[in-house]
Design a protein around this ligand. Structure first.
Ligand code: TZP
Ligand code: MG
Length: 214
């Protein structure tokens, strides 16, 4: 698959300081991002379901891809475009079996073995991280940009760098071989999420242009 934008914003209520996710999504879409994930680790499913439906509907209207983190049941129930799983979630091959045909499946990986397994399990894109230290995920594994450079020639699906990415270091992630970057705090915790999204989009587009010229 081709990712719809080089920026993938993960909406996380905790990182957003409890701010409502719908206006945050509007800011993200207004800033030009077209790939969004709902990540919510604490809200009961009964409360999360209407939130996910509303976010998904808004993404559909804007022509953005909407993915749900962790939960295949929620992704299916709200008709999300896809699901993102990590190493502690339902194994990717099993998750793939629960999704409708054509749904996007993303998998978080932290080493080459996990990345190749994700590919074999049918991942449409592979997230690689943590690229930089992050305060968002408690037990992150620091892999640096080097893992992206190692995987790039081996992995034929899009690679998404994640972890500690900001407008100031995003170019390094693209230069190392990522097709896109995923961010949580750089947008969700920003005082002006729309401006933060726009700045990231600009930096990423410049980085991709520079890479294609080299
Ligand atoms: N997986 C690896 S690092 C990370 C996840 C979910 C957290 C990314 O958050 P931030 O705020 O963009 O560093
Ligand atoms: Mg997970």
């Amino acid at each position: 698959m081709k990712l719809p934008s080089p920026l993938y914003v993960i909406l996380d209520r905790e990182a957003a300081g409890g701010r409502d996710l719908l206006p945050l999504l509007d800011a993200v879409l207004g800033g030009g991002c077209r790939m969004v994930q709902l990540r919510e680790k604490h809200m009961p499913l009964a409360e999360l379901y209407p939130v996910a439906r509303a976010l998904g509907e808004r993404c559909r209207q804007a022509g953005a891809l909407f993915l749900v983190n962790d939960r295949a049941d929620l992704a299916r129930a709200v008709g999300a475009d896809g699901l993102h799983v990590g190493q502690d979630d339902l194994p990717a091959a099993a998750a793939r079996g629960l999704l409708p045909r054509g749904a996007v499946l993303g998998v978080s990986t932290h080493d080459p073995r996990q990345a190749h397994q994700a590919l074999a399990d049918g991942a449409d894109y592979i997230a690689v991280g943590s690229i930089f230290p992050t305060g968002t995920k408690a037990e992150f594994r620091l892999v640096g940009t080097q893992l992206l450079a190692t995987l790039r020639p081996e992995i034929p699906v899009p690679l998404v760098g994640i972890g500690g990415i900001t407008p100031d270091n995003a170019e390094q992630v693209i230069t190392a071989g990522a097709d896109a970057v995923a961010v949580i705090s750089a947008v969700c915790a920003a005082p002006d999420p729309e401006a933060a999204t726009r700045r990231l989009m600009e930096r990423l587009e410049t980085a991709l242009r520079n890479r294609s010229l080299n």
